[in-house]
Design a protein around this ligand. Structure first.
Ligand code: CA
Length: 230
């Protein structure tokens, strides 16, 4: 389960310690030393998870978390707060600001990685290796294979990621911009019509077993994976 993790921490030694450990665990780390830099990174491409230090110069970590929760584009992004504060009151404040979890310094790298895994499993099911089954369609992240009624289907890497995201967020409508953010990690430099191209390829790949009809176009809004007949 490799995730793009944005680490927002101003102390270079701690930033380095976290980055080394997360990379060792197979994650890709992006670093920011303050909230402004973090926001400009997020504006370009959504990370899979943010690890935010409470005490930052300028805008605090809690204020940054709150700001991310207020914007529709970043509302759902998993956030873990890092802090030296262990007081119950602070913990409540951090969770109120929208953090999914809370890790107190000093922490063991092992604990941090376990917490990240738990939050991703809960908040971003497309990041985990759990197989997904729906209406006879089965997607296996660990083997990167897809089966329709037990028959193997051929999908390209982008179509695989797209289907994984859609299946783990079924029945919800996703705009092209949201899909670019979630599947490509980039809504700025990739054109929206790219999504249409890959949706077309995905449907074609699912056609042999008739599962292409589960990928619905929602006029004027985007796409939806649905097992409920319209
Ligand atoms: Ca700090």
């Amino acid at each position: 389960m490799a995730a793009n993790i944005l680490v927002v921490e101003d102390e270079p030694a701690i930033q380095e310690l976290i980055a080394v450990n997360l990379e060792h665990a197979g994650h890709h780390v992006i670093r920011a030393a303050d909230a402004d830099r973090a926001l400009s990174i997020v504006r370009n491409a959504l990370p899979d998870l943010l690890l935010i230090d409470w005490m930052l110069p300028g805008t605090s970590g809690v204020a940054l978390a709150r700001q991310l929760r207020q914007e529709p584009r970043t509302q759902q992004i998993p956030i873990i707060m890092l802090t030296a504060r262990a007081a119950e009151q602070d913990k409540v404040l951090g969770l109120d600001a929208g953090a999914d979890d809370y890790v107190t310094k000093p922490f063991s790298p092992r604990e941090l990685i376990a917490r990240i895994k738990a939050v991703l499993r809960r908040r971003a099911p497309q990041m985990t290796d759990e197989p997904v089954d729906s209406a006879g369609l089965r997607l296996e992240p660990s083997t990167r294979r897809v089966f329709g009624n037990r028959r193997p289907l051929e999908l390209g890497p982008t179509e695989f990621r797209l289907l994984h995201f859609l299946m783990t967020h079924a029945e919800r409508v996703h705009s092209r911009a949201q899909l670019l953010d979630q599947v490509w990690g980039d809504h700025v430099f990739v054109e929206e019509r790219t999504v249409d191209v890959h949706i077309r390829r995905l449907r074609k790949a699912l056609e042999p077993t008739g599962h292409d009809r589960l990928v619905e176009t929602v006029r004027g809004a985007g796409y939806r994976f649905s097992v409920q007949p319209v």
